[in-house]
Design a protein around this ligand. Structure first.
Ligand code: R5P
Length: 298
């Protein structure tokens, strides 16, 4: 499955430049920062500062907000590479946009992630690496091999480092249960999963959680977007008498008043990774980006 060239170019797109300084030196990898600018009308401009003809490219470009712009840039970079004679292109996108719209929840809705994956496939991407994709089952139906790297171990290690290794772990939903299990297993602690349901029209989140009696709990979720889900669980744990509750996630979209909502529900702190640039990024997923690159270098 790996590329058998002497070296591979890591084409760093504008969305992921902030990760570049964290990446260790990797033998066989040549870094190319993709030049870009935004035209006055809002369109993206892309230019490669060096030759890519005959080369294998790993494109590092997150598709976090502004998602549409970052996706278009991923398309422009991939297409430009192949048009200039590159041999192959692979995408590493730590956060994969549109993965939450993975089914037709209401009649007539677009299954957006299907369109995104089909488009990236048509551009010519051979594989996509991402981290904790919102719906792991998307990979099974994807027209393009989708490799979902998991950040639970990194999160657990970080929780240990900051003295939260003995916390009770709580997550939401079936998928969340797996995440809570993975984190708790690493920490050798207990976990529970709340049932959560969202009203598709109003966005209101309802939580059902069995009694938790713990001094300290960490609520873990793959994504914090509006903060509604996280805030509901934190509030419920506080109501049950848990003294300190921490809000942890992988992807911190933190839209609108998410931070105020979560802190207002009684959370001690928000702990996020840097899959998306944000002010609560306390731990880094750069090790997973490195893993994706090394898999391609094999
Ligand atoms: C749901 O499946 C996810 O794991 C998150 O709980 C959800 O996306 C969070 O959204 P929000 O912050 O808007 O409640």
């Amino acid at each position: 499955m790996g590329i058998t060239a002497i070296f591979v170019i890591l084409a760093v797109g504008p969305a992921s430049r902030y990760l570049l300084g964290k990446l260790p030196r990797i033998d066989g990898l040549r870094i190319m920062e993709v030049e870009h600018k935004i035209f006055p009308d809002g369109e993206s401009y892309i230019r490669f500062p060096e030759e890519v003809s005959g080369e294998d490219l790993i494109v590092l470009q997150g598709t976090h907000p502004p998602q549409d712009r970052h996706l278009i840039q991923a398309i422009l970079i991939g297409e430009n590479a192949l048009d200039l004679g590159a041999r192959s292109i692979v995408l590493v996108s730590p956060y994969l946009a549109y993965a939450r719209q993975d089914k037709r929840f209401l009649d007539g809705e677009a299954v957006s992630i299907k369109t995104i994956l089909k488009t990236l496939h048509q551009v010519g991407y051979k594989r996509i690496y991402t981290i904790n994709i919102h719906s792991p089952w998307i990979a099974e139906e994807s027209p393009i091999p989708l490799i979902d790297l998991r950040a639970e171990k990194i999160l657990a290690k970080y929780l240990k480092e900051i003295g939260l290794g003995d916390s009770f772990i709580v997550s939401m939903g079936k998928k969340g249960r797996e995440m809570a299990r993975m984190v708790a297993e690493e920490l050798n602690t207990d976990y529970a999963s709340a049932k959560s349901s969202r009203d598709r029209r109003t966005g209101e989140v309802k939580i059902e959680l069995g009694e938790v009696s713990a001094e300290k709990a960490v609520v873990v979720d793959d994504i914090i977007s509006t903060g509604g889900t996280m805030a509901s669980v934190v509030k419920e744990l506080k109501r049950m008498g848990v003294r300190k509750v921490y809000a942890a996630c992988i992807h911190a979209l933190l839209v609108g008043g998410a931070v105020e909502k979560i802190m207002g529900s009684g959370a001690e702190r928000i702990i996020a990774s840097d899959t998306i640039p944000n002010s609560y990024a306390e731990y880094s997923i750069i090790g997973l980006v490195e893993e994706a690159i090394r898999r391609e270098l094999r």
